[in-house]
Design a protein around this ligand. Structure first.
Ligand code: IMP
Ligand code: MG
Length: 179
């Protein structure tokens, strides 16, 4: 394997930014209960850290969807692998994602929760690659940890072929094309 992983964002920087996001959400949702919906598997670490920084009543739920094969590009079709356990009707939902790429996953989820009668739906993502949006996909991202360039990243929950999710920093994979 010819590829390498280089650190792009340190563990400390990620933690500092999550603290800020938590403070912002705490202000924005004052007096309310938030329903955090973690998109498995990549958003698990982010969700755990974020939830600890939100000083409000918080409920969790988990959902697993797939728009990717085992490689590094999206197939374009979103499938529900595991649905929520509790209804989102009349709830203030925050979708917690690891990274937004084409935006297809999020646009699918926002429509789904809207159709299920959520009171409000916002999106909180650790990373965003805005330059990668698919044509016709225009989604509002309410809370973003970091905007990143069009590179394939791993760590903090994010994988390359199911590996590297447990890296404590965010790394970028280089040299994939050389294989
Ligand atoms: P989208 O539907 O194209 O926005 O895909 C979003 C999902 O693709 C994320 O939740 C990740 O699971 C995965 N993904 C997109 N870019 C990356 C990356 O650079 N590293 C790891 N996973 C990624
Ligand atoms: Mg994901």
């Amino acid at each position: 394997m010819a590829y390498r992983i280089e650190e792009m964002i340190s563990e400390e920087e990620v933690n500092r930014r999550i603290r800020e996001l938590g403070e912002q959400i705490t202000k924005d949702y004052e007096g309310r209960t938030v329903r955090l919906v973690c998109i498995l598997r990549g958003a698990v670490f982010f969700m755990c850290e974020l939830a600890k920084r939100i000083e409000l009543p918080v409920r969790f739920d988990f959902m697993s969807v797939s728009s990717y094969g085992s490689g590094t590009s999206s197939s374009g079709i979103v499938r529900i692998i595991k649905d929520l356990e509790d209804p989102v009707t009349d709830e203030d939902v925050i979708i917690v994602e690891d990274i937004i790429d084409s935006g297809r996953t999020l646009s699918f989820l926002k429509e789904l929760f809207k159709s299920r009668g959520a009171a409000s739906i916002r999106v909180c993502t650790l990373l965003d690659k805005p330059s990668r949006r698919a044509p016709g996909i225009d989604i509002k991202v309410d809370y973003t940890g970091f905007q990143v360039p069009d590179k394939f990243v791993v760590g903090w929950g994010m994988d390359y072929d199911q590996r590297y999710r447990n890296l404590p920093y965010i790394g970028v994979i280089t040299g994939l094309d050389e294989e």
